[in-house]
Design a protein around this ligand. Structure first.
Ligand code: NAD
Length: 252
C-alpha cells in the first residue's frame, strides 16, 4: 500500500489476535513496527516473526490504561525510530459477563479504563509526535459493538461507542494538521478473545456464526488490511470514519 514503507507504526495489543495481524502486515509493507502489549513473551514472538520475514520491529511493554506507561511507550518509540507516523490503538479486553444490576463497578471500570481511556491516553501522547512529523494517521479499534447494544456486556458496548466518539472528535481536532483519525469496527473475528468468550460452548459459537451473513467468522488479517489501508496514502481523504469490517453482521 502507498506511503507505508519506511514509516514507523505503533500497535497496542500487538501480541495477539487483530493487533498481531496488523503488526505483521505493517512489517510486510516495510514499516518499522513497535509492538506493544502487557504480554511480554507473546509480544517478543511477534517481533521475531516480523524480523524472520525480513522486517524491522521492537517490543515495548506498556499497559494502555496507565498514563505513565503510554507516555513512556510513545517516547521510546520516537527514541528508537526517530518519530511516529501511524498508530493502531487496539488493546482491549472483553470483561466479565453480567447484567448492569449485577455488575461490580470495578469490572465496569476496568473495561472502560483499557478499552476507552486507553485509546484517549494513546492519542494524547501520539498526536503531538505526529504533529512533530508534519502528519500521520491513527486507527482506533472500536467494534460493531459500538453501533448496537447487547445484554450483559454493557461495559464493552459503552466503551466501543465511546471509541467511535473519541475518534470522530480527534479527527476534527487535527483535520487541518495532516493527521487522519479513523476507527475500524470488526465483526466477530477468530482471535483468542473470541475463543475465551465461547470456550467450550458450542451453542455460543453457533450463535455467533448464525449472525454472520457471509457464513464464517472474520480473520485477523482481514482487519489488518483495513487498518493499514486507513493509514496509507490510498485513504488520504478518509478521516473520522468508523469503518465496519464485519461480513455483513451489522448492515446499517
Ligand atoms: P486478543 O485478546 O487476541 O488481543 C488483545 C490484546 O490486547 C492482547 O494481546 C492483550 O494482552 C492486550 N491487552 C489487554 N489489556 C491490555 C492493556 N491494558 N494494555 C496493553 N495491552 C493490553 O483480542 P482481539 O480479538 O485481537 O482484540 C483486539 C481488539 O479488537 C480489542 O480492542 C477488541 O475489543 C477488538 N475487537 C475484537 C473483535 C473480535 O471478534 N475478536 C471484534 C470487535 C472488536
Amino acid at each position: 500500500m502507498k506511503g507505508i514503507q519506511g514509516k514507523t507504526a505503533l500497535v497496542t495489543g500487538g501480541a495477539s489476535g487483530i493487533g498481531r495481524a496488523t503488526a505483521l502486515r505493517f512489517g510486510e509493507e516495510g514499516a518499522n513496527v513497535v509492538v506493544s502489549d502487557v504480554q511480554v513473551d507473546a509480544g517478543n514472538q511477534v517481533v521475531s516473526e516480523i524480523e524472520n520475514d525480513g522486517g524491522e520491529a521492537v517490543f515495548i511493554q506498556a499497559d494502555v490504561s496507565k498514563e505513565s506507561d503510554v507516555a513512556r511507550l510513545v517516547d521510546e518509540t520516537v527514541n528508537t525510530y526517530g518519530g511516529l507516523d501511524f498508530a493502531h490503538n487496539n488493546a482491549g479486553i472483553e470483561g466479565e459477563v453480567g447484567s448492569i444490576a449485577e455488575m461490580d463497578l470495578e469490572d465496569f471500570q476496568r473495561v472502560i479504563d483499557i478499552n476507552l481511556t486507553g485509546v484517549f491516553l494513546s492519542m494524547k501522547y501520539e498526536i503531538p509526535r505526529l504533529l512533530d512529523r508534519g502528519g500521520g494517521a491513527i486507527v482506533n479499534t472500536a467494534s460493531v459493538a459500538g453501533m448496537t447494544g447487547a445484554p450483559n456486556l454493557s461495559h464493552y458496548y459503552a466503551a466501543k461507542h465511546g471509541v467511535i466518539g473519541l475518534t470522530r472528535s480527534a479527527a476534527l481536532e487535527v483535520a487541518t494538521d495532516n493527521i487522519r483519525v479513523n476507527a475500524v469496527l470488526p465483526g466477530v473475528i477468530e482471535t483468542p478473545m473470541v475463543e475465551r468468550f465461547t470456550a467450550g460452548n458450542e451453542e455460543a459459537k453457533a450463535a455467533l456464526l448464525k449472525d454472520e451473513p457471509i457464513g464464517r467468522l472474520g480473520k485477523p488479517e482481514e482487519i489488518a488490511s483495513a487498518v493499514v489501508y486507513l493509514c496509507s496514502d490510498d485513504a488520504s481523504f478518509v478521516t473520522g470514519h468508523p469503518m465496519v469490517v464485519d461480513g455483513g453482521y451489522v448492515v446499517p
